[in-house]
Design a protein around this ligand. Structure first.
Ligand SMILES: [Zn+2]
Length: 320
């Protein structure tokens, strides 16, 4: 459509002309030299253009002109609503014009309020938010290490429906983190069904990225299948020497699911390190139930304390 417009002899007036760059248009075809003309908030010409009046020309020689990047895995939920950082200059200067928040099960649950704060802060990029299941569970049942009652499950489903209707793009889980990790697969499926009914996706920091990687990928795919919604696996990897090689089989799992018609995707870091909190990876999750005070009491208890310390030592070894 746009190249059609440029083929017309009618000269194009533009507020801004990006001139002489290499255009990478996002369709997958190789980059090609050309201009991009912008009028108001619309792109009015791409390629070799017949130009009319141009208010501002930006020389793009040696530069790439591309659609804004989407930062699919972002944790700046607080910074995007903080007026000191909400301009998001750091993302914009890297080419990211849309960022996805609410990842790994943590972030704002009240999407209506979050959107209002984004507007108030004058956020500098587009924000697509995922309802974070860990924070959702925490808002209804704290850090209790048990299944939800019927009432609690219904309340989580009600809040999920509200979040989706307020504009969430789906739900995220962080199944190594407290309290998201306390949810069994069946509980997640029940909530994911509400997300599915509202056309959302399921994005997951899966339950294990070490020697139980394959079971964790299976769980994510099962949730997608039973709740009938697209599955996205976040920061797809294996972690730790004992899991070396497993990721190839995990790729096969995803490819098989896709071949069977399931919508399943994954993203990956472009480097070999990862980052998370120390307590999430070192302290056993059962020890964190009920909060910090309960953890300290357990650490002071001779039996439980010894068990926690032993597991912490084992977990440290696994990180090598
Ligand atoms: Zn994560």
């Amino acid at each position: 459509m746009l190249s059609g417009a440029s083929a017309l002899a009618e000269p194009i007036d533009a507020d801004v002309l990006l001139q002489g760059g290499t255009i990478v248009d996002g369709t997958g075809k190789p980059g090609y030299p050309g201009d991009v003309a912008i009028k108001g908030n619309k792109i009015v010409g791409v390629g070799k253009l017949e130009l009319g009046k141009v208010a501002l020309t930006v020389d793009c020689k040696g530069l790439v002109i591309a659609p804004g990047f989407i930062d699919l895995h972002n944790h700046s939920d607080r910074q995007v609503i903080d007026p000191q950082t909400s301009g998001l200059v750091n993302y914009l200067t890297q080419g990211c014009t849309t960022i996805v928040t609410g990842n790994c099960g943590a972030g704002p649950v009240d999407v209506e309020e979050y959107h209002r704060k984004l507007a108030e802060a004058g956020v500098g990029a587009n924000i697509a938010h995922l309802l974070p299941q860990g924070s959702l569970r925490s808002s209804v049942m704290g850090t209790a290490l048990r299944d939800p009652s019927n009432e609690e499950l219904e309340e989580m489903k009600r809040l999920t429906k509200k979040a989706m209707q307020d504009g969430a793009w789906g739900m995220s889980t962080g199944l190594i983190y407290v309290p998201g990790t306390y949810a069994k697969t069946e509980e997640l499926i029940e909530i994911a069904k509400v997300v599915s009914q509202n056309n959302g996706i399921y994005a997951s920091h899966i339950r294990n990225e070490g020697t139980n990687l394959l079971a964790a990928v299976d769980e994510a795919l099962r949730i997608g299948k039973e709740a009938e919604l697209p599955v996205h696996i976040s920061h797809f990897k294996y972690s730790g020497r004992d899991a070396w090689g497993l990721v190839r089989r995990a790729v096969e799992q995803i490819e098989t699911a896709r071949a069977q018609g399931q919508v399943a995707t994954a993203d990956q870091y472009p480097y070999i390190a990862s980052s998370t909190s120390l307590d999430a990876t070192i302290i056993p999750t059962w020890a964190l139930a009920g909060g910090r005070k309960a953890l300290i009491e357990r650490l002071d208890d001779p039996k439980q304390g010894a068990r926690i310390r032993q597991t912490m030592t084992e977990n440290l070894k696994k990180r090598n």
